[in-house]
Design a protein around this ligand. Sequence first.
Ligand SMILES: NC(=O)C1=CN([C@@H]2O[C@H](COP(=O)(O)OP(=O)(O)OC[C@H]3O[C@@H](n4cnc5c(N)ncnc54)[C@H](OP(=O)(O)O)[C@@H]3O)[C@@H](O)[C@H]2O)C=CC1
Ligand SMILES: Nc1nc(=O)c2c([nH]1)NC[C@@H]1CN(c3ccc(C(=O)N[C@@H](CCC(=O)O)C(=O)O)cc3)C=[N+]21
Ligand SMILES: [Mg+2]
Length: 289
Amino acid sequence: MTARTIDGKAFAATLRARVGDAAADFTARAGRKPGLAVVLVGEDPASSVYVRSKGKATLAAGMESFEHRLPADTGEDALIALVDRLNADDAVDGILVQLPLPRHIDERAVLTRIDPDKDVDGFHPVNAGRLATGIDGLVPCTPLGCVMLLKDLHPDLSGMEAVVIGRSNIVGKPMAALLLKESATVTTVHSRTRDVAAHVRGADIVVAAVGIPAFVKADWVKPGATVIDVGINRTDDGLVGDVDPAVAEVAGALTPVPGGVGPMTIAVLMRNTLVAACRRAGLPAPAGL
Ligand SMILES: NC(=O)C1=CN([C@@H]2O[C@H](COP(=O)(O)OP(=O)(O)OC[C@H]3O[C@@H](n4cnc5c(N)ncnc54)[C@H](OP(=O)(O)O)[C@@H]3O)[C@@H](O)[C@H]2O)C=CC1
Ligand SMILES: Nc1nc(=O)c2c([nH]1)NC[C@@H]1CN(c3ccc(C(=O)N[C@@H](CCC(=O)O)C(=O)O)cc3)C=[N+]21
Ligand SMILES: [Mg+2]
């Protein structure tokens, strides 16, 4: 069997177009465009590329883009002062501080300073708490994008066995919370798990967010399972995911890298910005986003 390829790039394009329509609507009602501020500290080449593509997607969706590029030696105080200004700026609906930050800056101090209602990354502990307890908030882009792809294929995830590999605050944990909200039976495995393969073998849905090329092996995967590859690993062979290419011979459906989860992350960022703008302006959240 050869797995169906889940076309994240095409799904993301459709989502971005819907966000664009809703953004035009917002602009007509609110008398201003939704605005996203992206902050980059330093010149990491990969981060620079992401920030540029976020800016392009923001403009293409008919939203205002505010880019702040700060030198690598920017102090934590100066970065926090910028976050405070963006929190107070009514033209800014969403704030994203690109990670990783330089080592001399405490990431937690910066992320917890962002107004939770402008936290379009969904990384603030208030938003993590809302997600964990079932209160509407802003949800991390990558896991939300994964759930959108999964629900497109399996409209009802309830009762499905899902295994999430990885427990980071930005991918693994919110991913597990979202799958639980969809009533899947969720197992999270990590570096201290005794037998990762044994857990994966029982899964109808596998989400790999590990950061190790070809980590998930074909003989771990239940025939016909749906596999979501979140990994973004730059190797001598180019950009690869966390899933061994041989998994395509066993799985029922698989996201490619590139062209799978990555484009969804950016499209959901646009969606979150629009949702934040509507909530801040007291407008109803557009249906179907
Ligand atoms: N496509 C996209 O839009 C995005 C992609 N990514 C990519 O997703 C991947 C994961 O990112 P992120 O969550 O930030 O990474 P982290 O490094 O923060 O987390 C990796 C997780 O994998 C676990 N892990 C590491 N080694 C093993 C092992 N041998 N067996 C089982 N579990 C293991 C770790 O366990 P432990 O906690 O015990 O250390 C940890 O929970 C990366 O490749 C990253 O580049 C990330 C964000 C967005
Ligand atoms: N505050 C913050 N929020 C983030 O959401 C965030 C971050 N920091 N730091 C870095 C990670 C990583 N990330 C990706 C976004 C898009 C692609 C993406 O579009 N990938 C393309 C390929 C791009 C390429 O070729 O390099 C794809 O998979 O097809 C990948 C990874 C967001 N992150
Ligand atoms: Mg740091």
